[in-house]
Ligand binder design. Structure first.
Ligand SMILES: [Zn+2]
Ligand SMILES: [Zn+2]
Length: 646
């Protein structure tokens, strides 16, 4: 008819969505009945109790459906009127022009036409009948869905309660009541997704296929819109005493349409011959002989044909729109793809609302994460295809602002914790997980607990280590683990031997290493007290610890120890580490080269108190981490570098 497929779809949209809302309300109502799954009764008793509630559930569902039906009926009536107006606005100008030319008779205005009114009413009543049947079906299907759900929960719960590990968790003396309550809780989580997928069917066809309310109502209303368009035009022709129509034709028509296309038909079911605008004789056929009225027939579902009034002796092209109403298929397909992605979003929102209803936080959060993925897919599709995102079509009954905000929050937490895609363009990563992956990839670290620290600090740790790995090549691949934990000192380096395998770890104080400013403040205080050498922020702290680890690495090298296999002179190496073999050598050499004596006061003045008090290992670490190194530190740094180059 003179209505495009996209227009049919748009006409059907609002009532279709209202039916989906109805389905959601029924699902939510069913879930309210199983919310007490945690009662301390055994599952057989629970099932009996639930089945006894069917009468009450039906009463509630009848109320829900009746309330919706009133609104739907009004909306369908509006839809029929709007479609009739749209089509008549396409046909009427041509007819009026013919009237002025004296070719056709005058008529009452469209809005006063009894024929049009009658035609619209007839089609509306048919649609209403179809939707009433759909309402009745949904009521029965809701009862089925409920029975299936409670039986499914109990079956699943019994399966769970037979598992040994489940009984272990509950303990040896768990009662049947406790087992029932606990196992139903686990069961409901696993069956809810399927319950949401199945939904409440609105129609079962002859092949036994179940139609969702969305699919069934959309199909019904698209066909309603075509019927109203056709019948309204016929009614308006009747007003003018016109009764011949010419059917358009196009390649690739469906079989029933192919037989009818291009022909002239008599709506009064007569037949004979008329003269066309070009003077040629044309046959016309009774309308009843066409395939009109059959679902796959002329002007049926997905038919792209249209008909225009035919006037003997007049060229119709001048008066009626003859553009192809079988519009650009690509656009229609894109539109359908968008609808499908919107459906995915709505279905997932509905699942979120059901998890919210039973109070299952964990499943809700997981569902919310999937929801955000689906929304992102929809957005990407609309962007790529130049379509407008229609948020009104993504809405779901009961998925109110609060639930939606919770979903957004859940997704944010998930994103920070779980997405760890490394941005290779820089060291600083956008979240802790990505920073951890960066450290694994670029520093060869095997384990971190970066999730425990701010993203800023872990990024700075990575940055400092990368720089230190360049300065101390012996460290490459040497640090196995980085940990943030509360320890008495700011940081510490450790080396462990277990069963011949040597592992290393850098530990930072979780509460002291919180941000660059407070780290620097702490350092400055220590320097002021003469306890530490001056250092540059977190880098300075890491440098100190890394120097310890570098010494260990050099000693292992010196004793030919392969740390993964434990092959080599492990005993000698351990002894050398304990004796600070390398740092002691460097300490002696550096003091000698600077002409300083090896005593407490010299080291305290030339470096710091900590280096003087704690032995050669700390002497080396404090000298190597000194910012703007003075004479002694400079000499130590030079000697240590030479040692590393050996
Ligand atoms: Zn057709
Ligand atoms: Zn130290």
């Amino acid at each position: 008819m003179m209505i495009k497929r996209s227009e049919q779809q748009q006409a059907a949209d609002s009532v279709t969505q209202a039916y989906e809302d109805l389905e959601t309300q029924i699902l939510q109502n069913i879930i309210r009945h199983v919310k007490n799954y945690g009662q301390l009764i055994d599952s057989d008793e629970w099932l009996m109790q639930k089945l006894a509630e069917i009468g009450k559930l039906n009463q509630e569902n009848i109320r829900i459906i009746a309330k919706a039906a009133g609104l739907h009926s009004k909306a369908v009536e509006d839809m029929c009127r709007q479609v009739a107006n749209l089509v008549l606005s396409r046909v009427e100008p041509g007819i009026s022009e013919l009237e002025r030319a004296g070719v056709v008779e005058g008529a009452v205005p469209v809005e006063k036409s009894k024929n049009v009114q009658k035609a619209v009413d007839t089609v509306f009543k048919q649609a209403q009948d179809a939707l009433n049947k759909c309402n009745t079906n949904m009521l029965y299907m809701a009862q089925d869905a409920y029975q299936q759900l409670v039986q499914g929960i109990v079956d699943k719960a019994q399966e769970i309660s037979r598992r040994q590990e489940f009984l272990d968790i509950l303990g040896q003396h768990a009662t049947a009541e406790a087992i029932g309550s606990e196992s139903r809780g686990q069961a409901i989580r696993s069956v809810l997704r399927e319950f949401n997928e199945r939904g409440i069917p609105a129609f079962v066809d002859r092949a036994g296929r179940k139609w969702t309310p969305e699919a069934y109502v959309s199909m019904t209303l698209r066909s309603t819109s075509v019927n109203v368009a056709t019948e309204a035009m016929f009614a308006r022709m009747e007003d003018r005493d016109m009764h011949l129509i010419q059917v358009s034709s196009h390649a690739g028509a469906r079989p029933k349409c192919a037989k009818d296309q291009g022909k002239v038909f008599d709506l009064r079911n007569g037949s004979g011959e008329v003269t066309a605008g070009n003077g040629r004789k044309i046959r016309y056929y009774p309308w009843s002989s066409s395939s009109y009225g059959e679902p796959d027939g002329l002007f049926g579902i997905n038919c792209g044909h249209h008909g225009i009034p035919f006037l003997p002796g007049i060229s119709n092209q001048r008066y009626f729109p003859t553009e192809d109403f079988e519009e650009n298929d690509k656009l229609y397909r894109k539109m359908q793809a968008q609808r499908s992605l919107e459906r995915d979003v709505r279905k997932q929102k509905r699942l979120c609302s059901l998890y919210d209803e039973i109070g299952d936080r964990e499943s809700f959060e997981r569902a919310a994460v999937t929801l955000k993925d689906r929304e992102a897919r929809l957005v990407a599709y609309t962007k790529k295809n130049g379509l407008t995102r229609r948020r009104d079509r993504e809405q779901v009954y009961g998925f109110d602002r609060q639930v939606s905000a919770e979903a957004v929050a859940a997704h944010k937490v998930h994103k920070t914790n779980r997405t760890g895609t490394v941005d290779e363009s820089k060291i600083s990563q956008k979240n802790q997980k990505a920073a951890e992956n960066w450290a694994k990839k670029h520093l060869g670290v095997k384990k971190t607990n970066y999730a425990k620290q701010s993203v800023q600090v872990v990024n700075q740790t990575n940055r400092a280590l990368q720089r230190i790995y360049r300065e101390n090549p012996v460290l490459k691949g040497f640090i196995d683990e980085i940990e943030f934990r509360d320890i008495p000192s700011v940081a510490q380096a450790s080396l462990k031997i277990r069963k011949g395998v040597i592992t290393t770890k850098l530990t930072f104080s979780q509460s002291k290493c919180t941000d660059e400013k407070s780290i620097q403040r702490m350092i400055d205080q220590q320097v002021k007290d003469g306890f530490w050498t001056p250092k540059k922020g977190l880098y300075g702290i890491v440098k100190h610890e890394a120097t310890h680890l570098s010494e260990y690495a050099l000693i292992l090298k010196r004793y030919n120890v392969d740390r993964s296999s434990g092959v080599g002179d492990i005993t000698g190496a351990i002894q050398a580490i304990k004796n600070h073999e390398i740092s002691s050598e460097i300490q002696r050499k550096a003091l000698k080269n600077c002409n300083y004596p090896l005593d407490y006061d010299t080291i305290k003045t030339r470096l710091c108190e900590y280096a003087a008090r704690e032995g050669a290992g700390e002497f080396l670490a404090e000298a190597c981490s000194e910012y703007r190194p003075r004479k002694l530190a400079k000499e130590v740094q030079k000697l240590f570098k030479e040692e590393m180059m050996k």
